[in-house]
Each structure stands twice: as C-alpha cells, then as structure tokens.
Ligand binder design. Structure first.
Ligand code: MLT
Length: 410
C-alpha cells in the first residue's frame, strides 16, 4: 500500500476558509430564507475593468487564427507582461528590478507555498501571528514542524505576535531565523510597515544571513504615501528578499488568476558546505519544471492593467473597496467596537465585543445577523479575541452589514 506523507496528518482538520464555508453552507441549508452577507474570505465582487476585458477579448480573437495562435508560452511569463511589471511597479518608484527577475504565476497563495521547494528543511522559519494560514500550513506539509499545541502553534516555527499592544508590528527576533515571512499591508490585521520598520528588517536579514519572504499582495490599497509599496524601496533588500505580488485584489483577478514573484539575481543562498549560490536559477528551474505558465489571454489582461486606462480603472476599483472599508470602520466604531486596519488595507480587524472567543463571535454573527466574517483565532493564537471583516463586497451589502451589526449590538 502506498504510504501517505504524514506531515499532512499534522495539519488542523480543514483549511480556514473551507471550514468557514462548511459552517455557512450548513446554516444556509437549515435557514434557506436567511439573506447571508459574506465578508469572510477576501474575494472580490466587482467585475474586471474594461481595459482588461478588451485586452482579453482581443487575445481570444488572436487565438482564433492560425497566424496569431499561441501554444505553450514561456513558463516564467511573456516578456510583454514582465516588462510592464518591471516598468510600472518598480522603475516608476525608483526601484531596479529586471524583467527577467519577475516570474509570472497563477497566484501568490501558490507561490508562497511553492517557494519552499527550493529551501532546505533545516532552515528555521518565523511567521507573524496572526498569519495568512498558507505560510504555516505549507511549512507543515514540507515537514519543517512538529505537531501543533492546544493553541494551534506548531513546534519548530517561531511565531511573532502582532497584537494591539505592539500596533500589530512584531518585534524583530533577537536570535537568528533563516526565513521570515512578512505580509504588508497585512492580512489579516490590515497593519502596514513603515519605511523604518522595513529598514530594520532588511538590516536584521543582512546581519544574520536571513531571507525575507515579503508578501505584498495588498500593496495597491496603501493610501499613506510614506509607506513603501515594495520592499525593494529599501536599500539592500535585493540581496535579502523575495517579493510576492498579485493581480487578484487590485484588478479583481481572484477568478482569473495572475500573480508574480520577484527573485532578484543578487539574492544568494548557501549550500550545506557553505558555498554561496544565486537563488534565481534555482527558482527558475523549479518554476519551469513544475509550471506551464499563465495563459496568454490572462497575461494580456494583466498587461492591460498597466495601460493609462487600466491604471485609472483599477485605481477606481481600489477606491471603491476602500470606501467600503471606511464605512465598516466608521459603522463598527459607532457601534462601540474597537476597530483596526481598513485604512491602508481592505481588511478590518476588530476586537470581539466583550472579548468573546473568535469562533463564538463568528457563530453569533452568523446565526443572529446572518453575517459571515473570519475568526481571528483561525489566523493564529494571537488572533484569539479578534475578528476580520473583508471590505470586498457590493456597497449595498456593506451598508446592510453595518446596520445589522449595529442592531445586533444595541
Ligand atoms: C483571504 O481572505 O485571506 C484571502 O482571500 C485569501 C487569499 O487571497 O488566498
């Protein structure tokens, strides 16, 4: 009989969002008339912008003719998209990233998990707590941890608590950690990292030979001009950081699928014998072996995000969701709830009223107000007593959600 990879058996029963989905489906089946509003998973609701749609229609037409038809594309992404990213997301901010340092993919979730293929199991790993669960679960799957304790913390991982008392900005560890995941703007807390904070992290990484896995999937939502949008705005970051970016949230690609990962050529890793090697060719080899590239049609759609029309239209989309975030922040504050995030990120992070456990608040909100959010404890032990609401929804649903919460807490 084939043997299972037992690391998978260490995982908590369900991935957070399917578990929420399961509870919501059960509730809906038992209460078919309930008008449930979902502010749980951060899934976009608004259609793709016209620039993207137009570019994708054109690409479909190209696929309809022998002369312009495309088969397999380059695994790392078409040059037209990689160049558009390098110019618009980096060069325009005074940051030097070459187009061939950009690896186009079908999602940051996949990339942040897949990147572990190229790292030795002996590396020590630190994560923020609360944390996007994928970083933890993929390390468990890889075999880098022991079992979880009662709070769900896995042996072998270093957890960096992010709580109201430290402004959701973790202390930099005193000891050496080989790989550190940082997510800014943060999912789930909505916190952002100042330039000074990122300078400290880059200095830490340089001092200890650590690598930063920087997830910037939500950078388009930053409203404060002083906040860096990419870690490469920090001097020296090219040699210590990999950055993950996505079209999912800024351009509404959660169902369309396109993202990218930046692996600078200056980034060196070490062999067991201490020899230094660039990571770029290693990741390129992994990517081209296990991935066949994002479809031509989708990459043309992503490229259109960078046209002047595309930029304007996606800016409007981001503004729309940030207005939702503002409504949630204000409405919840008026209801007496302590609210964080939502100013530079599409997530509202709130303290549960009366300090009730996160899952209890989830059940209360679902059964009494027919609202779905995400329990903070699902993101980690330090998320207990917190709750996340997503600003990704229609205006009408967000307004209705605010009224329901206010009525519930009257
Ligand atoms: C979330 O709700 O945290 C995100 O939608 C998850 C994701 O982007 O994979």
């Amino acid at each position: 009989m084939a043997r299972v990879n037992e690391n998978f058996l260490k995982l908590k029963a369900g991935y957070l969002f399917p578990e929420i989905g399961r509870r919501v489906s059960k509730f809906c089946a038992e209460n078919p008339d309930a008008k449930v509003i979902r502010l749980g998973i951060g899934d976009v609701t608004e259609p793709l912008v016209p620039a993207t749609i137009e570019a994708m229609h054109k690409a479909v037409d190209e696929m309809a003719h022998r002369e312009t038809f495309r088969g397999y594309g380059p695994e790392q992404g078409y040059d037209f998209l990689r160049t558009a990213i390098a110019d618009n997301d980096y060069k325009s901010r005074g940051v030097h990233i070459d187009a061939d340092e950009i690896f186009v993919s079908d999602g940051s979730k996949c990339d942040t998990g897949n990147i572990l293929d190229v790292f030795d199991l002996g590396n020590t790993v630190a994560v923020q707590d609360p944390v996007y669960p994928v970083y933890v679960d993929t390390n468990v799957m890889a075999g880098r941890t022991g079992a979880a304790d009662a709070q769900g913390r896995y042996a072998g991982l270093t957890y960096l608590p992010c709580v109201a008392e430290n402004g959701f900005t973790p202390e930099i560890p005193k000891e050496k950690v080989d790989i550190v995941y940082l997510c800014y703007p943060n999912n789930p807390t909505g916190a952002v990292a100042s330039r000074e904070t990122l300078v400290e992290w880059v200095a830490y990484a340089k001092q200890h030979g650590s690598l930063i896995l920087f997830d910037a999937a939500y950078c388009a939502f930053v409203q404060d001009d002083s906040i860096p949008l990419t870690i490469y705005e920090i001097e020296g970051a090219r040699s210590v950081a990999i950055e993950f970016r996505s079209f999912s949230k800024n351009a509404g690609f959660t169902g369309t699928r396109c993202a990218f990962t930046v692996v600078p050529k200056d980034l060196m890793v070490s062999t067991e014998s201490g020899e230094k090697r660039p990571l770029h060719p290693v990741w390129s080899r992994r990517h081209s072996t296990k991935f066949n590239g994002v479809s031509y049609i989708v990459q043309r759609g992503a490229e259109a995000v960078y046209t002047p029309e595309g930029q304007q239209q996606t800016l409007e989309l981001v503004k729309f969701y940030m207005e939702n975030a503002k409504l949630l922040r204000e409405g919840l504050t008026a209801a007496g709830i302590e609210v964080f995030g939502g100013e530079n990120a599409p997530y509202i992070w709130l303290k549960t009223p009366g300090g009730v456990p996160s899952w209890d608040f989830f059940d209360h909100l679902l059964t009494q107000a027919h609202l779905v959010g995400t329990p903070g404890s699902g993101f980690g032990a330090s998320g207990e007593g917190y709750f996340r609401l997503s600003a990704f929804n229609s205006r009408a649903n967000v307004e209705e959600a605010v009224v329901r919460i206010q009525n519930l807490l009257k």
